[in-house]
Design a protein around this ligand. Structure first.
Ligand SMILES: [Zn+2]
Length: 182
């Protein structure tokens, strides 16, 4: 097990676009393992490499008991939206807010061995693919909320006990009531 500390909102790494993976080597396989271990420990439904301070386009997911990872993802989204679904983020411990997302997503990319993979997800899986791919572009779920919801979310962020504690050594174990965060 190689559990890493999860970066919190306020850490600049979460706003930095990640670079595409070029070398499908041993180091990449270790990164996938670290992401998987850290996500399962949190526990979370998804985790992107920038959330553990690594600027590479890699994420892991654990949704509907399906565990996996995707590298250099490219998404194709349905125009049909789920406007009301609640979404959380491991970089915003304990918080969840309605966040509009496409209901279906096809995610193309590669596995850690460099083989092309195509994943198709609906509902929470589709939401996870969008949330994690956003992380790789430096986009956070608060950016996807409508302005009124974002205002409420930012108020909750400012009032959260972890607010301002973006040092990477700080580790939190969120106890979310509404399922796993992403
Ligand atoms: Zn997140």
């Amino acid at each position: 097990m190689a559990i890493q500390s999860i970066r919190l909102f306020g850490d600049p790494v979460l706003r930095t676009p990640a670079a595409p993976v070029v070398d499908f080597d041993k180091e990449l396989r270790k990164l996938v393992k670290d992401l998987t271990d850290t996500m399962m420990d949190a526990p979370g439904a998804g985790l992107a490499a920038p959330q553990i301070g690594v600027g590479l386009r890699v994420f892991t997911y654990y949704v509907d008991e399906q565990l996996g990872h995707l590298i250099n993802p490219d998404l194709d989204l349905s125009s049909e939206l789920d406007e009301e679904g609640e979404e959380g983020c491991l970089s915003f411990p304990g918080l969840a807010f309605p966040t509009p997302r496409a209901i279906r997503a096809v995610a193309k990319g590669f596995n850690m061995h460099g083989e092309p993979v195509m994943l198709e997800g609906t509902d929470l899986m589709a939401r996870c693919f969008q949330h994690e791919t956003d992380h790789l572009d430096g986009i956070l779920f608060i950016d996807r909320m409508d302005p009124k919801q974002r205002k409420l979310a930012m108020k909750a962020v400012r009032e959260a006990e972890w607010s301002g504690l973006s040092a990477p050594v700080v580790k939190f174990s969120p106890h979310a009531t509404g399922g796993r965060a992403l």
